[in-house]
Design a binder for this molecule. Structure first.
Ligand code: FES
Length: 193
């Protein structure tokens, strides 16, 4: 009789413990979707960029940072080229136009060229058959050179230069179609690097 009572008590306690364990085990809320929670946490560590999804996320944090840095570098380049090519000859008021003596060495003449006029246009007005193609600073057909071989940027300003490097300009080369004089000098037409 005692043994039966003890057995029943032991069984009852065991059931109570199991029940308690189950209650404790389920008392902690389980996230509905652990996978999406982890993805959201990872996504929050990736810097935001202008790139559309999914490229932004697929390249990871480092790539995202690289993309942001790349965008900044591009912006700087744009700024630099804007500064370099910001010259607009049409914005010079008529009473502020200046004229310079430009010697065309190969043509054997010196003419006055206004700073709102290109070297090529001025030469053509004299009736000279000077080389050109695009007339927009995008090729090398109209190439000319400061006769002294000095840095061309000390004598002209380009409205657009998409072909000559800084090194080439330092050697005196210019694109006569977009080159406007800033002082008097001698030019050799039909000269390219
Ligand atoms: S004609 Fe093309 S750059 Fe001058």
């Amino acid at each position: 009789m005692v043994n039966t009572l003890g057995l029943l008590l032991g069984l009852g306690m065991a059931l109570a413990l199991v029940g308690l364990h189950l209650l404790k085990g389920t008392s902690k809320p389980v996230p509905e979707d652990i996978a999406s929670e982890v993805l959201e946490q990872r996504a929050s560590t990736v810097p935001e960029t202008d790139f559309p999804e999914p490229y932004n996320r697929s390249i990871g944090g480092g790539g995202g940072a690289g993309a942001v840095a790349g965008g900044a570098a591009e912006g700087e380049l744009e700024e630099e080229s804007e500064e370099d090519e910001g010259f607009d000859p049409e914005s010079i008021p008529e009473d502020e136009v200046e004229y310079y003596e430009i010697e065309f060495v190969k043509e054997g003449e010196t003419i006055e060229v206004a700073n709102n006029e290109s070297i090529l246009d001025a030469g053509e007005e004299e009736g000279w058959d000077l080389p050109y193609a695009c007339r927009q600073g995008q090729c090398l057909s109209c190439g000319g050179r400061v006769a002294s071989g000095e840095d061309a940027s000390e004598f002209i300003r380009h409205t657009n230069n998409e072909t000559l490097s800084d090194d080439e300009m330092e050697k005196g080369y210019m694109l006569t179609c977009t080159a406007h004089p800033t002082t008097s000098f001698s030019v050799e037409t039909d000269e390219t690097p």
